[in-house]
Design a protein around this ligand. Sequence first.
Ligand code: PMP
Length: 391
Amino acid sequence: MWTKKIQKELVHLQKDSQMRQLKQTKDATEKQITINGQRMLNLASNNYLGLANHPHIKQASMETIEQYGVGATASRLIVGNHPVYDEAENALLTWKRAEAGLIVNSGYTANVGIISSLVGRHDLVFSDQLNHASIIDGIILSRAKHKRYRHNNMDHLEAMLKKAPKHKRKLIVTDTVFSMDGDVSPLHDLVTLKKQYNALLMVDEAHGTGVFGPNGEGYSYDQNVQQHIDLHMGTFSKALGCFGAYVIGEQPLIDYLTNKMRSFIFTTGLPPALLGAIQTAILVVQMEERRRLRLHQLAEQFRTLLQDYGFFTYNSETQIVPIRIGTNEDALQFSERLQAKGIAAIAIRPPTVREGDARIRFTVTANHTESELIQAATIIAAVGKELGVIS
Ligand code: PMP
């Protein structure tokens, strides 16, 4: 009976062009990627600054493995808190000018753990409609009341805050850079509202870390509102080219999370080699500003090119540049044709985005060249015309 049900689900997924399959991706840290044996330009990675293959970061990782071995051997609170954790956390706090912080295993487990330990069934969480899945899962696990406000719509958020009982604990949570639209959140307004309604504000800087801010600290630093945000989480898995995540805030909050966050307590610590890589990546991000400047310049050029061809790029103003396609089938066909012409970009379909709003998501990195992106845009436009997305 179970197998029948599962098979039926799979048939549905296939019919709706929603079936996902693993493909072998070789050289994914490079700007040229090999997918199922075919070489193409990589416009699909989150390696925004091109650090995943940085020689100093790789070297640091290898040296740490030599010194501390491969695995952490236990959770951090047991015996898995090897010395490189301290070093990496100190580098993190200096970089972010933060009081306290914790390095945790991944962005996904950070969001799930932070939210579910901070709020409970009697509390309210106000969450942007386009927030990442890990935030949504954290809210579900917390059993708090989930109040989704329309994307970046501060009037809607305020109306909800107004209606909420005064005595209830309130958490507002938002991505700073939205992963599927490439737009940014109105942080100044969020800070005003959080103060006015006595709520806690948490931001997810997964796509802002390394990319924005005077030293790549994140989008909230670019906006100079970092000191008004109660909890910052971000990842080392995107612009920093590594893996793992962090949360920073005031000492009591971090102490609380250290004691309550189940996805931190009940899991093995990160491999030491990764901490070595993270610590060096934090330094490289600050020293190699040219990567960040180059990324912004290339992203701007690429987005303008696509817009000039007639594509709708949503409200993108970052290195994430989506184009609207519409149906799942068209989006899939679009990405398949792009791949056949040597461009790796993925079709984003529901449930990641709304039904009927399937898109192709391009991500620019500092390693691309102008001519590669101009050539890519020409190919994207040709496919767009073939499929009637642009005229
Ligand atoms: N938050 C956002 C906004 C993300 O885009 C992602 C990754 N897709 C995560 C959290 C999860 O991060 P990680 O990949 O490190 O688990």
